[in-house]
Design a protein around this ligand. Structure first.
Ligand code: SRM
Ligand code: SF4
Length: 545
């Protein structure tokens, strides 16, 4: 098997350095980095992009593309301090396109960072005691967990372990400091002990949960830890990405693989990373995720490999417990006398009035923001006496309180897609509101607007908003056309199925109508949309169209 070109780039990069520094310094070049720099910059948390809205017109006018960078901040567990939020907020104006983007993995992104501002952006983030290192690339990504700032032992443990895993699995190279932070260059740096010279075959994602809160979608991750009183259930091999018309690629929920003592989490995570490092395919990046290893070899094989790696037998896992997702939006008591307010941020885009409102609230109250895996924001540590003032600020800026939104709107995710994402086949974030309003109208007509349904929209099948786990998944197929999926579990424990293909954007709500109607007419009391259709065989699913 011939390794894919990315393998040589990584292996020969001298610890993720490659030609990055020289190319960033080349004054004449405005955009279009070499493949090596493009590939290696991901590990440092940034993608070179261009504005796809203007690309054709600029080409026709003989102009270069409008180049800029996306910069992704790694925020373990989504936790930010007030000072960190304010620092990111200021960087959005000084170095980017004046927006912040909350991601589906509790991260924060900047878009529109010009090349001359790239180092300053990354240094500014570092100055706020955060990093972009390993926010992207073939390494362990941002470690996610429940965002809820509930002050009890389980939530404290999840938060602590998310930070410990994030720190313990960070690449050790000094290249990031050298290139972006003015660090001294290190001659002959040793190869990274965990990752090796060529790093992982592909990205590697970790989530930790307890059964009462699966908002981190543990089974969509390469590696998951589910808390149980007697230890962690280890899950392996989840992932969403697929390619249309390529059945060898598919979304997959992770398998339970082992039960481990609570104290062993970092050690087992390292063994799981080595499992991917040594067994993931390096010849085909479309087949390189750990999920394909699990699909081929199974959970017993994986447990045996982990046991051999660790030098002790791992216990088989118990059956998966029932998972739930509590409501995080609105006002909640934290359990320490303080409150948190969960706000539903459409597509996670913090711009304009939203950004002003959040800045004012954080400045006025010292609230610590927490990014959620649903692209939302929880403002934590608010004194009960500040509640009215917070609401007044939000009202002044026309930021809606969650109780004014339908459950559908509150449970909708939409990926970035156009104009920045180079992979987008169709719109994502920019068509979110129209799709939500259209489906809301259908639900209203059926008297079901108060029902909770998860809706996830992506501009391509890579699945960045985890659409294949949603009750309704809308996945970009081509400009203006989408594939519709239904039947996922709200709790993230079941994948959905495709029911309609190449649906024009404007026809999405009407296309869903027969399935919504049948659910309204025939469901058992309290039966959710996804559960109702999952219980129907394929034939009934297709007939409804
Ligand atoms: Fe993603 C690639 C945005 C979460 C699966 N993702 C991309 C890129 C970098 C496009 C590219 O490769 O050129 C997108 C940048 C767009 C932009 O302009 O900002 C991008 N992904 C995002 C974010 C920002 C979506 C969002 O709207 O919030 C999320 C950032 C999370 C973070 O903070 O780290 C994001 N991406 C996800 C998730 C969800 C998750 O991890 O829970 C998935 C599905 C889970 C999974 O990994 O299987 C996901 N992104 C992908 C894939 C498909 C990977 C695969 O195995 O096939 C790609 C394409 C690739 O890697 O080649 C991709
Ligand atoms: Fe881009 Fe596709 Fe991810 Fe959306 S799902 S951000 S279009 S890669």
């Amino acid at each position: 098997m011939t390794p894919s070109p990315a393998e040589a780039i990584k292996r020969d990069s001298h610890g993720l350095r490659g030609p990055i520094a020289a190319e960033l310094d080349a004054a004449q070049a405005k955009g279009g980095l070499s493949e090596a720099s493009y590939t290696l910059l991901k590990f440092h948390g940034t993608y070179e992009q261009h504005d796809r809205d203007t690309a054709t017109a600029r080409k026709q006018a003989g102009q270069d593309k409008d180049w800029s960078f996306m910069v992704r901040v790694r925020a373990p567990a989504g936790r930010l301090s007030a000072a960190q939020w304010l620092a990111l907020d200021a960087l959005a104006d000084s170095h980017a396109d004046s927006t912040l983007r909350l991601t589906t993995r509790q991260g924060v992104q900047f878009h529109g960072v010009l090349r001359e501002n790239l180092r300053g952006t990354i240094a500014g983030i570092h100055g706020a005691l955060m990093t972009t290192l390993a926010a992207c690339g073939d390494v362990v990504r941002n470690v996610i967990t429940t965002p809820a700032p509930v002050r009890d032992a389980i939530h404290a443990l999840l938060e602590r372990e998310a930070f410990a895993l994030s720190d313990g699995l960070l690449p050790r190279t000094r290249a990031h400091h050298e290139i972006f932070l003015g660090g001294e260059s290190v001659a002959g740096e040793a190869e990274d002990e965990l990752y090796g010279a060529a790093f992982l075959p592909r990205k590697f994602k970790i989530a930790l949960i307890y059964p009462g809160d699966n908002s981190a979608d543990v089974l969509a991750n390469d590696l998951g830890f589910i808390w149980q009183p007697e230890g962690w259930i280890v899950t392996l091999g989840g992932g969403m990405g697929m390619t249309h018309n390529k059945p060898s690629t598919f979304p997959r929920l992770a398998d339970p693989v082992a039960l481990i003592p609570h104290g062993d989490i970092l050690e087992v995570a390292k063994a799981a990373v080595r499992l991917h490092r040594d067994h993931g395919r390096r010849d085909d990046r479309k087949q390189a995720r750990l999920k394909y290893v699990l699909h081929e070899k199974g959970a017993d094989w994986a447990r045996a490999r982990l046991s051999a790696d660790l030098g002790r037998p791992l216990a088989p896992p118990p059956p998966l417990p029932r998972l739930a997702i509590p409501e995080h939006l609105g006002w909640h008591e934290q359990g320490d006398g303080l409150l948190w307010l969960g706000l539903s941020v459409p597509s996670g885009r913090v711009a304009g009035e939203w950004r002003e409102a959040l800045r004012e609230v954080v400045e006025a109250t010292g609230a610590a923001p927490i990014a959620t895996p649903q692209q939302d924001l929880l403002l934590s540590n608010i004194a009960p006496g500040d509640r009215a003032a917070v609401e007044a600020i939000l009202r002044f800026h026309a930021v809606p309180l969650p109780e004014t939104l339908s459950p559908l709107a509150r449970n909708t995710l939409a990926c970035v897609a156009l104009p920045t994402c180079g992979q987008a086949l169709a719109e994502g974030e920019r068509v979110r509101d129209g799709i939500v309003e259209g489906i809301e109208a259908e639900l209203r007509a059926l008297g079901l607007l108060g029902e909770r349904i998860s809706l996830r929209i992506t501009g391509c099948p890579n699945g960045c908003a985890r659409p294949y786990g949603a009750e309704i998944g809308v996945v970009g197929r081509a400009p203006g056309l989408y594939t519709l999926f239904i039947g996922g579990a709200f709790e993230g424990t079941r994948l959905n199925r495709a029911v309609a293909d190449k649906v024009p954007l404007a026809a999405i709500p009407a296309t869903l109508r027969p399935w919504l109607r049948a659910w309204a007419a025939e469901r058992a009391a309290g039966e959710g949309f996804g559960d109702f259709w999952a219980a129907r065989p394929d034939a009934a699913l297709m007939l409804a169209s």
